[in-house]
Design a protein around this ligand. Structure first.
Ligand SMILES: [Mg+2]
Length: 454
């Protein structure tokens, strides 16, 4: 994995040592010798990971980390604090300042690279989400602070040792509802049913926690679920295997309640952030193809689907037909009942369109009171029949306007079947000409297009 890592340390010798180790593993390394330079370098170089020394003159690592996490341009970059201290207060203070992880000097290479790989994997996922999101106008999520954990979260603790499991559960932050499981099978079920975090004990004998972690990562329903693993101090091989399996964080026994709380909060905050990015991505994808008023497809989406259907038809596939429907005298509906009344008519119209369509037909609001329906597989006779049914269904009963009133509405429709080698523009033009003929002939009518050759 080629990634750029920013190394920050006030001792040039430490910088050179880490730089050499990382470059030997083919990482791209940039460096800074104090907190201010680190923040500038992070903004400018956009590293994938920051290794940050805690003890520095001037601004220390905690303050630097806090500023990095406050700055929208650097907030998403994982920070690993590097410290000579291994006191619980220092670890907790670091986690509270927003650090993603901790390494103790002298740095053990195996642990260093396992941590780096684990955080880079996580960042790749978040970057992918951010990248897709930033192409859209709804990218405001990045300019907002991640925020504190205010709402309730669900955690599942899985351990072969019931007493240890109860102790871990007792160390959870107050807003976390915790479920304790001592059997891997029921633990896996609990994880699948809407958990926000999993704590897996890798220390209890006769209990294969690593296998459980692997199964959780292999299952689509739990692939994104954060896992915090409990291991014995000094059990570096288990820690490295766990991180390589996709475990998000490690905590050592005996578990300190304050540290557990800080690590759990970090994982939950990160998950909430990723969930929000995913939701917004889904919403923006939905918005990109849907007309917000009627819930039908929008013009851009139907145009691309029409091109696809015509291409396959031109390549010897099934025929394609097209309907253009325009609500008659819509301006006078708006004048008489107001725009709100007009919106009721548009929504009611869309409902009747959808009710009458075949499953594979695609309907879009094309603009104003104009609708386009693409009928893959349908010839002209079938399109004409569908048009007539829609016309009759619109005229059959008045539209409810939501305020006790109702309006009688009619529609005119032009339909056309795509011909060999015809372009979408030409098909739309012929259907549109048929529509204008229907309007000319007195409205509340269906007209079929003439052949393009005629
Ligand atoms: Mg130092």
């Amino acid at each position: 994995m080629s990634a750029r890592i920013l190394v920050v340390d006030d001792q040039p010798a430490n910088v050179r040592l880490l730089e050499a180790k990382l470059q030997a593993e083919y990482f791209d390394v940039c460096t800074a010798v104090d907190g201010f330079a680190a923040i500038e370098a992070a903004k400018l170089e956009q590293p994938d990971l920051i290794l940050l020394d805690v003890m520095m003159p001037g601004m220390d690592g905690y303050e630097t980390c806090r500023l990095l996490k406050d700055e929208p341009r650097t907030r998403h970059i994982p920070v690993v604090m590097v410290t000579a201290l291994d006191q619980r207060e220092d670890r907790i203070r670091g986690l509270e300042s927003g650090a993603d992880d901790f390494l103790t000097k002298p740095i053990d290479d195996v642990t260093l690279f396992a941590r780096v790989r684990s955080l880079l994997r996580l960042k790749t996922v978040l970057d992918e989400l951010r990248h897709r999101e930033s192409s859209d106008a709804l990218s405001y999520v990045m300019s907002e602070p991640i925020g504190d954990l205010d709402s309730v979260a669900r955690a599942v603790v899985i351990s072969g040792d019931p007493r240890a499991a109860t102790r871990y559960a007792a160390a959870m932050p107050a807003q976390v509802r915790t479920q304790v499981e001592t059997d891997p099978v029921t633990g896996l079920e609990a994880a699948r049913s809407n958990a926000d975090l999993l704590i897996v004990d890798l220390t209890s004998p006769g209990f294969d926690g690593l296998r459980l972690c692997a199964r959780i990562r292999a299952d689509a329903a739990t692939r994104q679920l954060p896992i915090l693993a409990v291991i014995n101090p000094g059990d570096t091989p288990s820690a490295v295997r766990a991180l390589d399996l996709g475990v998000n964080d490690i905590i050592h026994r005996p578990v300190d309640a304050g540290e557990m709380m800080a690590r759990v909060s970090t994982q939950l905050r990160r998950k909430r952030y990723a969930d929000r990015l995913r939701t917004q991505l889904d919403e923006s994808l939905e918005m990109a193809i849907t007309d917000p008023l009627t819930g039908l497809h929008n013009r851009r989406y139907i145009a691309s689907r029409l091109h696809q259907a015509m291409e396959s038809s031109n390549n010897g596939g099934a025929p394609v037909s097209l309907l253009i429907a325009d609500i008659d005298h819509f301006k006078s509906i708006n004048d008489r009942y107001g725009h709100e009344g007009g919106d009721y008519v548009l929504r009611g119209f869309a409902e009747r369109v959808q009710r009458d369509l075949r499953a594979l037909d695609l309907a879009a609001r094309y603009g104003g009171e104009e609708f386009v329906i693409v009928m893959p597989g349908a010839g002209l006779a079938e399109a004409r029949g569908a048009s007539e049914r829609l016309r009759a269904s619109i005229a059959s009963e008045p539209f409810d306007l939501g305020d006790g009133r109702s309006a009688c509405v009619t529609v005119s429709i032009g339909c056309a079947q795509a011909e060999d080698g015809e372009s979408a523009e030409s098909l739309l033009r012929r259907a549109d000409e048929a529509l204008y003929l229907a309007k000319d002939e007195g409205r509340n009518r269906v007209e079929a297009a003439h052949s393009a050759a005629a």
